[in-house]
Design a protein. Structure first.
Length: 146
């Protein structure tokens, strides 16, 4: 049955969202610690899970189309599910939406923190460049004493 398959797919999406949220949290810790190796590893893991989510999203859209529910918001899925699957649809929908909210929050926090650190780095580089420029000898003058 396509509806059961759709609910199973939502469970897989929810698991991927939990996994990518854990990666985002490790990424936040790496940014705070200035651990570039861990940050790089987190970004690679994030790409892998994101690709998985994209594939699942394409499959989800195809299943929704097959079910004739492509315009239906996820929140309303339980009301359009078969009677025998309404409880499971409610549970899966709530878990998926909650996992999305937690992921979205962690992603925004990581992005904000990363942008903040990058601004700090830019300011430090600019400060160092200004120091170098002010400390460099003025090469426009010639010493004729030789």
């Amino acid at each position: 049955m396509a509806f059961q398959e759709y609910l199973t797919l939502l469970e897989e999406i929810q698991k991927d969202l939990v996994q990518v949220t854990e990666v985002e949290q490790r990424k936040i810790a790496a940014i705070q610690a200035g651990d570039l190796l861990t940050l790089d590893e987190c970004m690679k893991q994030e790409q892998v899970v994101t690709l998985s989510l994209r594939g699942r999203e394409q499959r989800r859209k195809a299943l929704l189309q097959q079910l004739g529910l492509e315009q239906l918001p996820l929140r309303e899925l339980p009301r359009h599910s078969p009677q025998e699957l309404q409880a499971r649809a409610t549970q899966v929908t709530e878990q998926t939406l909650r996992a999305w909210q937690v992921y979205d929050s962690a992603q925004k926090a990581a992005r904000t923190l990363m942008e903040s650190k990058l601004r700090q780095i830019d300011k430090e580089l600019e400060r160092r460049n200004q120091k170098k420029e002010s400390a460099a000898p003025d090469r426009r003058q010639t010493d004729f004493r030789a």
